[in-house]
Design a protein. Structure first.
Length: 236
């Protein structure tokens, strides 16, 4: 049920979480624009999947289609150039000595929010929606609610406008994210998220598993497949 009569910008990567958040935003706001980022990712597949997923949602949900506005892609290649991570370089996925995963791109979410807010300042929206999550956040410090709340306060002060960040998945497990997708759009949305989204860190998109595409071995695939299994068990 729609609760906020304004426009929102959704940070939309084409993954499970951002796809579910896009559906949540379309159910919540009168108008929604999507925002993608090219930051020197090792794999281009997510940039392809995001458009396919967006179109699938538009065509499958006529009521949402009228609310889905423009898509924006922001080039942040400089972030990839300064990041020595498993997502921006051909290096092994693992854990650093400091305990952070090698897939952690320093400053990524903070930079994404700054650019999304700057776009919103020009486009006339101050609501942002993103898929950050504390429950299954893979150890990324820029996914914590405290981090994000602090960043949004700085953005609001710096742009002299009250911005709001909505994170529908913040306290949900991956199984909870699947459940939210079902609540929002039934089996149709669950299938779109399962078959159209991309989460795999290795960029594998050749085999469709029960939980979606991926290598089945990287941390992102393990988290997604585990969440799917728990979600399916709950349906029994």
């Amino acid at each position: 049920m729609k609760t906020i009569s304004q426009t929102a910008g959704v940070l939309f990567s084409g993954g499970q979480d951002s796809g579910t958040c896009l559906a949540w935003a379309l159910e919540t706001f009168d108008r929604v624009e999507t925002i993608g980022f090219e930051y020197g990712q090792r794999h281009d597949i997510e940039m392809e999947c995001r458009l396919d997923m967006r179109e699938s949602i538009r065509s499958s949900f006529p009521d949402w289609a009228d609310r889905l506005g423009e898509d924006h892609v922001i080039n942040l290649a400089g972030l990839g150039q300064i990041s020595e991570t498993s997502l921006t370089r051909d290096v092994e996925i693992g854990v650093h000595e400091n305990g952070l995963p090698t897939t952690f791109v320093p400053g990524r979410n903070l930079i994404f929010l700054n650019y999304a807010a700057a776009l919103g300042w020009r486009r006339g929206f101050s609501h942002l929606v993103a898929g950050m999550c504390e429950a299954d956040f893979s150890g990324y410090p820029d996914c914590r609610k405290e981090t994000l709340d602090t960043q949004m306060k700085a953005i609001s002060l710096g742009l002299d406008r009250d911005y709001s960040l909505h994170t529908p998945l913040m306290f949900l497990s991956k199984a909870g994210a699947w459940d939210l997708a079902e609540t929002l759009g039934g089996e149709t949305l669950v299938e779109i998220v399962r078959a159209k989204s991309h989460t795999c860190y290795k960029g594998v998109h050749s085999e469709l598993h029960s939980w979606g595409y991926g290598c089945g071995e990287c941390p992102a695939c393990e988290l997604r497949s585990k969440g799917w299994a728990e979600y399916v068990d709950q349906q029994k």
